[in-house]
Design a protein around this ligand. Structure first.
Ligand code: NOJ
Length: 561
């Protein structure tokens, strides 16, 4: 039986299946017996840039509280707030001076408690960002550590003698463009920092450090936090013999001779630390999300732990670096899906060019943004969105070195422009400062805020925002999208990626045109027709057997028997 001959714009049919909602601070398992984080949609918030309640140009916790209704309507189950702890803000919060307080620029612990209470009412969980590898150089632990070679905290960081005058202990480099060793004249030793010199690495080989960090997680779990995104987990341990990293071909992004970072990254001891963090997390039904940059899927698999006793959600950060291509994505999803862990797909974050800009072709930018959403939000696994992705925010990179705020951009200009471009204020309205603040925002708002903002897009059923809302509502209501397996159906098509999500006797078909040409997709699946759920730029022709797709269109349907 051919069903639904024509699909106009974005159309959605919501079936009335029970919604396995993630209950904030509720039980570890949802109504369907799954850990809550498997079916939750996570939304990353960069607090400096989300909503500014006191109009000082920088976002804050009360600002986030004021937008919980928006997040709930969007279909978000959990927010990950990037570091909001006291910090000199050298790395905009990834340099912490107190892990158990809130930076005054963002509010107070009381504001955090208010946010947590309100989030609970909205059935939204809170995930904090835990900077486990390093502190600020202004943290009391480090101030004590550098005060003398015999101080109580000396061994909380990595201190070593140089090889001689002006000669650091080895050839390791910081990822932000400086040497990885900083000389301290008072105690005449070098300390190690994988990131900025103001971010000394903690010594995770010291049990006191591990204990302090585990206690911090308890502090926040007791306050109602449902988990952590663990920052830079692969950098936690270093080779105690400090062997030089071997040379690699070419140069790094700062133009320095490249090295293979085998002695200061991804050491096996990382897994011991992750297991310890997981043991505490399990006591609270909490989730650990990893910032897991890996070079392949096999490496990603290791972060789940051999007994699935490390990270529940190591992020697949490989996806965002792949060429935009149906064939490449087909291969990648098949690999991640069969790797044995619960997949975690991400297409944007505060360190990489926004997905809208990355995939834009100049002609079909909005269609491409909707297509990418239809793709990663219908895969098996957990999705983590980045604020503003849902309205098609684009990068607004600094045009001159003077404009740059991110020290990485100051150090690396012009080769490396830093990360300001992907961190600009959330675009709420077409008005002044995109409705983010009535004060001067800490980063400039791009001209595209006039068209790509929440208020305008809410009025347009075909907007990127409304497509995200429809996709997320569908995802929450369709058991096959939550539970179903992933089954590729047109494995040879170089332009159109199509797959089924199959659960019990239900199948949902997802068809995605990754080309800039119209395509006629003939999908050979065992069914008598389709019940169209959601589409953009697609029609059914010749009965239901051919799906006509405009450039970058998508079509999602339930199969009938
Ligand atoms: C990864 C974070 O995402 C990034 O923003 C930060 O600069 C580094 N880790 C250092 O903490």
């Amino acid at each position: 039986m051919p069903a639904c001959a024509k699909i106009l714009g974005v159309l959605m049919v919501v079936l009335t299946l029970p919604m396995p909602a993630a209950l904030a601070q509720g039980p570890g398992l949802d109504a369907a017996g799954h850990p809550w984080w498997q079916h939750a949609v996570f939304h990353e918030i960069y607090p400096r840039s989300f909503a500014d309640s006191n109009n000082d140009g920088v976002g804050d916790l009360n600002g986030i509280s004021s937008k919980l209704g928006y997040l709930k309507d969007l279909g978000v189950d959990a927010i990950w707030i990037t570091p909001c702890f006291p910090s000199p803000q050298v790395d905009f919060g990834y340099d912490v001076t107190d892990y158990e307080a809130i930076d005054p620029m963002y509010g107070t612990l009381a504001d955090f408690d208010k946010l947590a209470a309100s989030a609970r009412q909205h059935h939204i969980r809170i995930i904090l960002d835990f900077v486990v590898n390093h502190t600020s150089d202004q943290h009391p632990w480090f101030l004590d550590s550098k005060s003398s070679r015999t101080s109580a905290h000396r061994d909380w960081y990595i201190w070593r003698d140089g090889k001689g005058p002006q000669r650091p202990p080895n050839n390791w480099t910081s990822t932000f463009g400086t040497p990885a060793w900083a000389y301290d004249p008072t105690t005449q030793q070098y300390y190690y920092h994988y990131f900025y010199p103001q971010q000394p690495d903690l010594n995770w080989r010291n049990p006191a450090v591990e204990k302090a960090m585990l206690d911090t997680t308890r502090f926040w779990y007791e306050r109602g936090v449902s988990g952590f995104r663990l920052d830079a987990v692969d950098t936690l341990f270093e080779d105690p013999a400090l062997k030089d990293n071997p040379p690699a071909p070419g140069t790094d992004r700062f133009g320095r001779p490249a090295t293979r970072e085998i002695y200061n990254k991804k050491l096996p001891e990382v897994h011991t630390a992750l297991k310890a963090l997981r043991t505490v997390a399990d006591e609270y039904h909490a989730v650990l999300i990893g910032e897991t940059w890996t070079s392949d899927v096999a490496q990603l698999r290791e972060y789940y732990g051999e007994q699935n006793d490390e990270l529940q959600l190591p992020m697949d950060l490989l996806l965002n670096g792949l060429p935009f291509s149906a064939s490449v994505y087909r291969q990648h999803v098949a690999a991640v899906d069969s790797a044995g862990g619960w997949p975690v797909y991400v297409i944007s974050n505060h360190d990489i060019t926004r997905s809208y800009t990355r995939y834009a072709d100049g002609r079909h930018n909005d269609e491409i943004a909707k297509l990418m959403a239809a793709f990663y939000l219908t895969l098996r696994g957990t999705a983590i969105m980045y604020y503003g992705e849902e309205i098609g925010m684009e990068n607004n990179d600094p045009r001159s070195k003077e404009e740059v705020q991110d020290p990485e951009g100051k150090l690396g200009w012009p080769l490396e422009k830093g990360r300001d471009g992907e961190r600009t204020p959330m675009q709420w309205t077409a008005g002044a400062n995109a409705g983010f603040s009535s004060g001067k925002p800490w980063l400039p708002v791009p001209a595209s805020a006039k068209t790509h903002n929440v208020s305008s897009e809410e009025k347009n059923p075909r907007s990127i925002l409304e497509t995200y809302r429809s996709l997320l509502a569908m995802r929450h209501h369709q058991a096959a999208l939550l539970e179903g397996d992933y089954f590729s159906v047109n494995s040879d098509d170089p332009n159109v990626l199509a797959y089924l999500r199959r659960y019990q006797d239900e199948s949902i078909l997802v068809v995605l045109n990754f080309s800039n040409q119209s395509q006629q997709a003939k999908i050979d699946v065992p069914s008598s027709g389709y019940i169209s759920l959601l589409s953009s730029g697609a029609t059914l022709d010749n009965g239901y057997r051919t799906i006509s797709l405009e450039p970058f269109a998508f079509y999602i349907a339930k199969l009938t028997k």
